[in-house]
Design a protein around this ligand. Structure first.
Ligand code: ZN
Length: 290
């Protein structure tokens, strides 16, 4: 059986993924689909700057029995902002979540770093982690990227020009990538750690998610899946070990010894990503993993 603790980032909608015209009601729509599919638990990580004026959507999320977590006020990453600005952004989001009663009844205060970026160096990372913990937060890790952020801009562009055939094609490709990503990380975790673990996927509140969430989770619930809360997942030794040494570079640690071709390949891959040579927006849906 695969246990899943589901999380969704950039509530109530992802301002960084683009596409202004298709944002209204994204959170409500995804909530309804999760409920219909019987997904009992999900933590939505909120950007309070975007959420201002959208509080009723967040309240309906809580009323449905789901949780809210902190994803900063403005979604600037830990490497992009100064530590004091970053922690101020965490506090601003915290004020909104508290006013909504997100942490009432002893609910865990979850924090997720924007883009999972914990800071540019070990000292900053320690400082930010301590700052979040001082506000009562626990860091919410993720194990599985659904990669919707690679499809969102293309999907929205297709909708904007009214190309329904292309939009359907992109949504179908995304759906396949999301489910394959879930199985791939499950296999990788088994291979690396030798244990079955609780999968913690993340996706974003965006148009392509709104289109596909129902189908993805309908498909998953037909397999042997159990939904659990983030608390149970984060208590797993794989995640606690990762948190104890978060400089390892990911939940699946880097192998200690990599051959030269592998090292060169990784370096080129990182560089090409930084320079934007192979962005999904340029290449289109034929290269779903980039
Ligand atoms: Zn985010």
């Amino acid at each position: 059986m695969l246990k899943i603790a589901l999380t969704c980032d950039d509530a109530p909608w992802s301002a960084s993924l683009g596409g202004n015209a298709f944002r209204e009601g994204v959170m409500d729509g995804i909530r309804q689909q999760l409920l219909r599919c019987g997904v009992g638990r999900c933590v939505a990580f909120v950007n309070s700057e975007v959420a201002m004026g959208q509080e009723p959507q967040l309240e309906r999320w809580l009323e449905a029995g789901f949780e809210l977590g902190n994803h900063t006020h403005d979604h600037r990453t830990a490497s992009e902002s100064r530590p004091e600005h970053f922690l101020d952004s965490v506090e601003r989001c915290d004020r909104m979540l508290q006013s909504l009663g997100a942490f009432d009844d002893g609910r865990t205060r979850w924090f997720r770093f924007p883009k999972l970026d914990r800071g540019p160096d070990a000292q900053t990372r320690r400082l930010l982690k301590r700052g979040c913990e001082d506000l009562g937060y626990r860091i919410a890790h993720a194990s599985t990227d659904f990669f919707d952020h690679h499809f969102e801009a293309r999907y929205v562009s297709a909708l904007e020009v009214g190309d329904e055939v292309l939009a359907t094609h992109i949504a179908r490709r995304y759906r396949r990538v999301a489910t394959e990503s879930l199985s791939a990380t499950r296999i990788a975790m088994r291979a690396v750690h030798g244990v079955e673990f609780i999968s913690v996927p993340y996706f974003h509140f965006g148009a392509v998610s709104l289109r596909t969430t129902g189908a993805i989770f309908d498909q998953l619930t037909k397999t042997d899946v159990a939904w659990c809360d983030l608390e149970e997942a984060m208590g797993h030794p794989v995640f606690t070990a990762f948190d104890a040494n978060f400089d390892v570079g990911g939940v699946v640690p880097r192998p200690a010894h990599m051959s030269l071709p592998v090292r060169v390949g990784r370096r080129v891959g990182r560089l090409s990503h930084q320079l934007g040579w192979f962005r999904q927006a340029r290449l289109g849906p034929r290269f779903p993993y980039l």
